[in-house]
Write a protein that binds this ligand. Sequence first.
Ligand SMILES: [Zn+2]
Length: 287
Amino acid sequence: MDQPAGSLATAPLTIVAVYAHPDDGEFHAAGSLAKWAAQGHHVHAICATDGALGSKRRDASPGEVAAARARELTSALAVIGAAPPILLGFPDGFLIDHRKELRERLIHHLRRLRADRVLTFDPHKRYEIHPDHLTVGRMASEAAVFSCFPLLHPEHLDAGLDPVQPEEVWYMGPLEHKPNRVIDIAGTLSTKIAATLCHESQIEMLADWFVKGADPRALTAEQTRQLRSGAETFLEGMGRGMAMAHGGKVEIAECFYALPVGPGHFDNYQQMAMEQMGAPPEEPQFG
Ligand SMILES: [Zn+2]
Protein backbone atom coordinates (compact mmCIF):
# COMPACT_ATOMS: atom_id res chain seq x y z
CA MET A 1 0.00 0.00 0.00
CA ASP A 2 2.75 2.46 0.88
CA GLN A 3 5.60 1.08 -1.23
CA PRO A 4 6.25 4.44 -2.95
CA ALA A 5 7.19 5.97 0.39
CA GLY A 6 10.13 3.66 0.87
CA SER A 7 12.74 1.98 -1.25
CA LEU A 8 11.79 0.00 -4.30
CA ALA A 9 11.46 -3.36 -2.59
CA THR A 10 8.85 -4.35 -5.14
CA ALA A 11 8.44 -3.74 -8.85
CA PRO A 12 7.99 -0.09 -9.83
CA LEU A 13 4.41 1.11 -9.87
CA THR A 14 2.79 2.78 -12.85
CA ILE A 15 1.12 5.93 -11.53
CA VAL A 16 -1.25 7.79 -13.83
CA ALA A 17 -2.39 11.33 -12.97
CA VAL A 18 -5.55 12.40 -14.78
CA TYR A 19 -6.12 16.15 -15.07
CA ALA A 20 -8.81 18.32 -16.60
CA HIS A 21 -6.36 21.16 -17.43
CA PRO A 22 -2.61 21.31 -18.01
CA ASP A 23 -1.79 22.92 -14.63
CA ASP A 24 -4.18 20.88 -12.45
CA GLY A 25 -1.56 18.64 -10.91
CA GLU A 26 1.12 21.10 -9.86
CA PHE A 27 -0.42 22.71 -6.77
CA HIS A 28 -1.82 19.49 -5.38
CA ALA A 29 0.46 16.61 -6.37
CA ALA A 30 3.70 17.66 -8.11
CA GLY A 31 5.82 17.06 -5.01
CA SER A 32 4.53 13.51 -4.63
CA LEU A 33 4.75 12.74 -8.35
CA ALA A 34 8.36 13.98 -8.40
CA LYS A 35 9.17 11.89 -5.31
CA TRP A 36 7.71 8.75 -6.84
CA ALA A 37 9.47 9.36 -10.15
CA ALA A 38 12.78 9.78 -8.31
CA GLN A 39 12.14 6.48 -6.54
CA GLY A 40 11.89 4.75 -9.91
CA HIS A 41 8.15 4.52 -10.33
CA HIS A 42 6.67 5.22 -13.77
CA VAL A 43 4.70 8.49 -13.65
CA HIS A 44 2.35 9.53 -16.45
CA ALA A 45 -0.13 12.39 -16.83
CA ILE A 46 -3.22 12.50 -18.99
CA CYS A 47 -4.80 15.90 -19.64
CA ALA A 48 -8.43 15.69 -20.73
CA THR A 49 -9.05 19.16 -22.17
CA ASP A 50 -6.99 21.42 -24.40
CA GLY A 51 -7.02 24.19 -21.77
CA ALA A 52 -7.92 26.71 -24.48
CA LEU A 53 -9.96 28.95 -22.13
CA GLY A 54 -7.22 29.37 -19.54
CA SER A 55 -6.24 32.98 -20.12
CA LYS A 56 -7.55 36.44 -19.35
CA ARG A 57 -5.77 37.87 -22.38
CA ARG A 58 -7.96 39.28 -25.11
CA ASP A 59 -5.14 39.25 -27.65
CA ALA A 60 -4.64 35.47 -27.67
CA SER A 61 -6.64 32.94 -29.68
CA PRO A 62 -7.90 29.71 -28.07
CA GLY A 63 -5.48 27.78 -30.26
CA GLU A 64 -2.54 29.88 -29.08
CA VAL A 65 -3.54 29.42 -25.42
CA ALA A 66 -3.92 25.65 -25.89
CA ALA A 67 -0.54 25.37 -27.63
CA ALA A 68 1.21 27.41 -24.92
CA ARG A 69 -0.35 25.33 -22.16
CA ALA A 70 0.61 22.05 -23.84
CA ARG A 71 4.21 23.28 -23.96
CA GLU A 72 4.01 24.33 -20.30
CA LEU A 73 2.71 20.91 -19.22
CA THR A 74 5.41 19.14 -21.24
CA SER A 75 8.07 21.25 -19.48
CA ALA A 76 6.53 20.70 -16.04
CA LEU A 77 6.39 16.92 -16.47
CA ALA A 78 10.02 16.88 -17.61
CA VAL A 79 10.96 18.75 -14.40
CA ILE A 80 8.97 16.22 -12.33
CA GLY A 81 10.62 13.27 -14.09
CA ALA A 82 7.36 12.02 -15.59
CA ALA A 83 6.70 10.82 -19.13
CA PRO A 84 5.57 13.36 -21.76
CA PRO A 85 1.87 14.26 -21.44
CA ILE A 86 -1.00 12.39 -23.03
CA LEU A 87 -3.23 15.16 -24.39
CA LEU A 88 -6.81 14.12 -25.09
CA GLY A 89 -7.82 17.53 -26.47
CA PHE A 90 -11.46 17.70 -25.34
CA PRO A 91 -12.87 21.26 -25.32
CA ASP A 92 -12.00 23.26 -22.21
CA GLY A 93 -15.09 24.06 -20.13
CA PHE A 94 -17.28 21.47 -21.88
CA LEU A 95 -15.84 18.15 -20.72
CA ILE A 96 -19.22 17.25 -19.25
CA ASP A 97 -20.56 16.92 -22.83
CA HIS A 98 -17.92 14.26 -23.64
CA ARG A 99 -18.17 11.92 -20.68
CA LYS A 100 -18.68 8.72 -22.69
CA GLU A 101 -15.76 9.36 -25.05
CA LEU A 102 -13.56 10.53 -22.17
CA ARG A 103 -14.18 7.37 -20.15
CA GLU A 104 -13.38 5.18 -23.16
CA ARG A 105 -10.11 7.06 -23.78
CA LEU A 106 -9.15 6.77 -20.10
CA ILE A 107 -9.90 3.03 -20.01
CA HIS A 108 -7.78 2.66 -23.15
CA HIS A 109 -4.81 4.45 -21.62
CA LEU A 110 -5.09 2.72 -18.22
CA ARG A 111 -5.04 -0.63 -20.06
CA ARG A 112 -2.19 0.45 -22.34
CA LEU A 113 -0.03 1.79 -19.49
CA ARG A 114 -0.98 -1.06 -17.07
CA ALA A 115 -1.89 1.48 -14.38
CA ASP A 116 -1.41 0.56 -10.72
CA ARG A 117 -2.57 3.88 -9.28
CA VAL A 118 -4.78 6.67 -10.63
CA LEU A 119 -4.56 10.22 -9.27
CA THR A 120 -7.32 12.69 -9.99
CA PHE A 121 -9.76 15.26 -8.56
CA ASP A 122 -12.34 14.27 -5.95
CA PRO A 123 -15.65 14.34 -7.87
CA HIS A 124 -17.61 14.30 -4.60
CA LYS A 125 -16.21 17.57 -3.26
CA ARG A 126 -18.93 19.98 -2.21
CA TYR A 127 -18.56 23.50 -3.57
CA GLU A 128 -16.21 22.37 -6.34
CA ILE A 129 -17.83 24.32 -9.13
CA HIS A 130 -15.62 23.66 -12.14
CA PRO A 131 -17.50 21.13 -14.27
CA ASP A 132 -14.28 19.90 -15.91
CA HIS A 133 -12.75 19.03 -12.51
CA LEU A 134 -15.89 17.18 -11.42
CA THR A 135 -16.18 15.38 -14.75
CA VAL A 136 -12.56 14.29 -14.96
CA GLY A 137 -12.60 13.00 -11.37
CA ARG A 138 -15.76 11.03 -11.99
CA MET A 139 -14.70 9.56 -15.33
CA ALA A 140 -11.17 8.70 -14.16
CA SER A 141 -12.71 6.90 -11.16
CA GLU A 142 -15.16 5.03 -13.39
CA ALA A 143 -12.34 4.13 -15.79
CA ALA A 144 -10.28 2.76 -12.89
CA VAL A 145 -13.05 0.43 -11.69
CA PHE A 146 -14.26 -0.58 -15.19
CA SER A 147 -10.92 -1.27 -16.93
CA CYS A 148 -10.95 -4.86 -15.67
CA PHE A 149 -14.05 -5.88 -17.63
CA PRO A 150 -13.08 -7.52 -20.96
CA LEU A 151 -16.58 -7.14 -22.39
CA LEU A 152 -16.33 -3.35 -22.02
CA HIS A 153 -14.63 -1.85 -25.07
CA PRO A 154 -13.57 -5.22 -26.52
CA GLU A 155 -12.02 -3.27 -29.40
CA HIS A 156 -9.15 -2.49 -27.03
CA LEU A 157 -8.55 -6.23 -26.62
CA ASP A 158 -8.80 -6.75 -30.37
CA ALA A 159 -6.02 -4.17 -30.65
CA GLY A 160 -3.80 -6.20 -28.31
CA LEU A 161 -4.52 -4.62 -24.91
CA ASP A 162 -5.53 -6.60 -21.82
CA PRO A 163 -7.93 -5.65 -19.02
CA VAL A 164 -6.27 -4.10 -15.99
CA GLN A 165 -7.41 -3.40 -12.43
CA PRO A 166 -5.48 -0.56 -10.80
CA GLU A 167 -4.96 -0.99 -7.05
CA GLU A 168 -6.11 2.45 -5.92
CA VAL A 169 -7.57 5.78 -6.92
CA TRP A 170 -6.04 8.73 -5.05
CA TYR A 171 -8.03 11.98 -4.88
CA MET A 172 -5.99 15.19 -4.84
CA GLY A 173 -6.82 18.83 -4.14
CA PRO A 174 -9.91 19.82 -2.17
CA LEU A 175 -11.16 16.59 -0.57
CA GLU A 176 -14.62 15.61 0.59
CA HIS A 177 -13.17 12.99 2.99
CA LYS A 178 -10.39 13.31 5.56
CA PRO A 179 -7.05 12.51 3.88
CA ASN A 180 -5.68 9.01 4.49
CA ARG A 181 -2.32 9.52 2.76
CA VAL A 182 0.15 12.21 3.82
CA ILE A 183 3.21 12.38 1.59
CA ASP A 184 6.37 14.09 2.87
CA ILE A 185 7.52 16.33 0.03
CA ALA A 186 10.28 18.23 1.83
CA GLY A 187 12.79 16.65 -0.55
CA THR A 188 10.87 17.61 -3.69
CA LEU A 189 9.39 21.01 -2.76
CA SER A 190 11.91 22.80 -4.97
CA THR A 191 10.98 20.50 -7.87
CA LYS A 192 7.30 21.21 -7.24
CA ILE A 193 7.95 24.95 -7.32
CA ALA A 194 10.00 24.65 -10.51
CA ALA A 195 7.28 22.55 -12.16
CA THR A 196 4.57 25.01 -11.12
CA LEU A 197 6.53 27.94 -12.51
CA CYS A 198 6.59 26.18 -15.90
CA HIS A 199 2.92 27.15 -16.20
CA GLU A 200 3.76 30.75 -17.03
CA SER A 201 0.35 31.55 -18.53
CA GLN A 202 -1.33 30.53 -15.29
CA ILE A 203 1.16 32.19 -12.95
CA GLU A 204 0.65 35.37 -14.95
CA MET A 205 -3.05 35.28 -14.05
CA LEU A 206 -2.05 35.41 -10.39
CA ALA A 207 -0.11 38.62 -10.98
CA ASP A 208 -2.52 40.88 -9.17
CA TRP A 209 -2.70 38.43 -6.28
CA PHE A 210 1.04 38.43 -5.60
CA VAL A 211 2.03 41.83 -7.04
CA LYS A 212 -0.63 44.45 -6.33
CA GLY A 213 -1.57 46.53 -9.32
CA ALA A 214 0.60 44.56 -11.77
CA ASP A 215 -0.47 44.37 -15.40
CA PRO A 216 -0.04 40.69 -16.36
CA ARG A 217 0.63 41.70 -19.98
CA ALA A 218 3.48 44.04 -19.11
CA LEU A 219 5.33 42.79 -16.06
CA THR A 220 8.61 44.46 -15.21
CA ALA A 221 11.60 42.30 -14.32
CA GLU A 222 11.13 43.21 -10.65
CA GLN A 223 7.42 42.32 -10.78
CA THR A 224 8.26 38.97 -12.40
CA ARG A 225 10.72 38.30 -9.58
CA GLN A 226 8.08 39.23 -6.99
CA LEU A 227 5.54 37.03 -8.73
CA ARG A 228 7.82 34.00 -8.64
CA SER A 229 8.79 34.68 -5.07
CA GLY A 230 5.09 34.97 -4.15
CA ALA A 231 4.32 31.63 -5.80
CA GLU A 232 7.21 29.96 -3.96
CA THR A 233 6.09 31.37 -0.61
CA PHE A 234 2.52 30.27 -1.30
CA LEU A 235 3.47 26.68 -2.23
CA GLU A 236 5.82 26.28 0.72
CA GLY A 237 3.19 27.67 3.10
CA MET A 238 0.57 25.36 1.66
CA GLY A 239 2.84 22.33 2.19
CA ARG A 240 3.73 23.37 5.74
CA GLY A 241 0.05 23.92 6.56
CA MET A 242 -0.85 20.45 5.27
CA ALA A 243 1.91 18.93 7.39
CA MET A 244 0.86 20.81 10.54
CA ALA A 245 -2.76 19.77 10.02
CA HIS A 246 -1.60 16.16 10.33
CA GLY A 247 0.28 16.43 13.56
CA GLY A 248 3.53 17.85 12.26
CA LYS A 249 5.05 14.38 11.79
CA VAL A 250 6.50 15.70 8.53
CA GLU A 251 7.53 19.26 7.65
CA ILE A 252 6.03 19.79 4.23
CA ALA A 253 3.25 17.60 2.84
CA GLU A 254 0.72 16.85 0.16
CA CYS A 255 -2.44 15.04 1.24
CA PHE A 256 -4.70 12.62 -0.59
CA TYR A 257 -7.69 10.37 -0.06
CA ALA A 258 -6.94 6.92 -1.46
CA LEU A 259 -9.62 4.37 -2.25
CA PRO A 260 -8.95 0.70 -3.06
CA VAL A 261 -10.33 -0.39 -6.43
CA GLY A 262 -12.62 -3.40 -6.88
CA PRO A 263 -14.31 -4.64 -10.06
CA GLY A 264 -16.98 -2.01 -10.80
CA HIS A 265 -16.79 -0.34 -7.38
CA PHE A 266 -14.47 1.03 -4.75
CA ASP A 267 -13.57 -1.67 -2.25
CA ASN A 268 -14.38 0.53 0.73
CA TYR A 269 -17.75 -0.75 1.93
CA GLN A 270 -16.49 -1.87 5.34
CA GLN A 271 -14.73 1.43 6.06
CA MET A 272 -17.75 3.47 4.92
CA ALA A 273 -20.12 1.33 7.01
CA MET A 274 -17.92 1.80 10.08
CA GLU A 275 -17.84 5.57 9.55
CA GLN A 276 -21.62 5.69 9.07
CA MET A 277 -21.95 4.01 12.46
CA GLY A 278 -19.81 6.69 14.02
CA ALA A 279 -16.30 5.21 13.88
CA PRO A 280 -13.59 7.79 13.14
CA PRO A 281 -11.99 7.78 9.67
CA GLU A 282 -8.87 5.64 9.35
CA GLU A 283 -5.64 7.25 10.53
CA PRO A 284 -3.55 8.59 7.64
CA GLN A 285 -0.56 6.65 6.36
CA PHE A 286 2.59 8.73 6.06
CA GLY A 287 4.82 8.24 3.10
ZN1 LIG B 1 -8.27 22.88 -13.70
